[in-house]
Write a protein that binds this ligand. Sequence first.
Ligand code: PLP
Length: 422
Amino acid sequence: MSQRTFYYFDNNATTRVAPEVVEAMLPFLTEYWGNPSSAYHFGNQVFKHVENARSKVAELIHADPREIVFTSCGTESNNAAIHSAIIVQPNKRHVITTAVEHSANINFGEYLQKRGYEVTFLPVESDGSLDLHLLEKSIRPDTAIVSVMWANNETGVIFPIEEVAAICRSKGVLFHTDAVQTPGKIKIDVKSVGADFLSLSAHKLHAPKGIGMLYVKRRTKYQPYVIGGHQERGRRGGTENVASVIGFGRAAELAMAHLNEENTRVRALRDRLENTILSSISHTSRNGCRDSRLPNTSNIAFDFIEAEAVLMLLDQAGICASSGSACTTGSLDPSHVLSAMGLTPMRARGSVRFSLGIYNTDQDVDFLLEKLPPIVAKLRSISPLNPDHPDNTSYDIEAARTKHEQDMANATSEKDVEVASV
Ligand code: PLP
């Protein structure tokens, strides 16, 4: 059986499921498969484990376990928070979010606009930061909710969420934050933040895909988004995804334990990667402010070339990175986040996101730093956009894309995949 080795720099898209998480989950796929809502012991013992996992997730964000609603993903959590706010306040038909949110918010906002709601997508500054004065001015008597992400998935830029919450509180408006990119990277304390709702997604913290969480502050009026049985204290119908909930609980414990490492070792790896690229490859720049940023994320513009081409060649070298949100990969439009920051379409299309994690090593960074410069040089040598090479031939990105898709199809048929970066 063939083995494929790869170097993973796309931890903001998803993370490897930690072996400890798999170990915690397995008994709930094999032995303890009862329904947690069943009255007999076989079901009830599963219920107790679900509640134990709920306590761990609550601990991660300093919440009360009763404030945790398990969902299917971060997208559902975001949708559910905004949905609840507009349903419980039928006279309020205005929603505020930002222009740089994940598509979970952008597309839900556009969906609401088509149904007659007014949605303000707040602009950002060129370094990705938020104008709090503008936010405050945008809140109206009919604003149902303000939903502002804690940290941006493409640039890693961190918003001053405590200040946003304080503004909302002073105006008496509900506040939701999409904190999907933060666990294990930023200390999350919902009590000191003062949010009414907060979203997480387990696959960003080394647990499986398909399980998320919405924090609903106690005594917040809440209308379920998924209507059905009485699970989750009547706040989300549907039999719990038990094994994944257990995995989420274990991953929450690990995220708390890894907070320090992410902020020291992973940050140092990220900084070495970023500083070396910026100092050794000409015509490169960082997207997003340097300091108020997740410790694992680096988004870099490579002038005169297409990020898609860089990513294809990196992929051929066994390196996984991305040009923005995994949910928008394949789109030829420049990233809405980078566009909102005022990057030209060309610079936005030449931007690559590297997002590291606890399984990355110094050797991974060395490998990337060895492979990247010749790839950039090669693409620039054939780029019609490169002013240093006026008489070159143009690069056939469509042909390269087709070949890349074929390569991807072949690669996924290989059954055995070994992760080099662990
Ligand atoms: N919000 C942010 C900031 C994200 O990065 C993502 C996923 O990339 C989501 C929401 C959506 O999470 P999920 O994939 O669990 O729906």
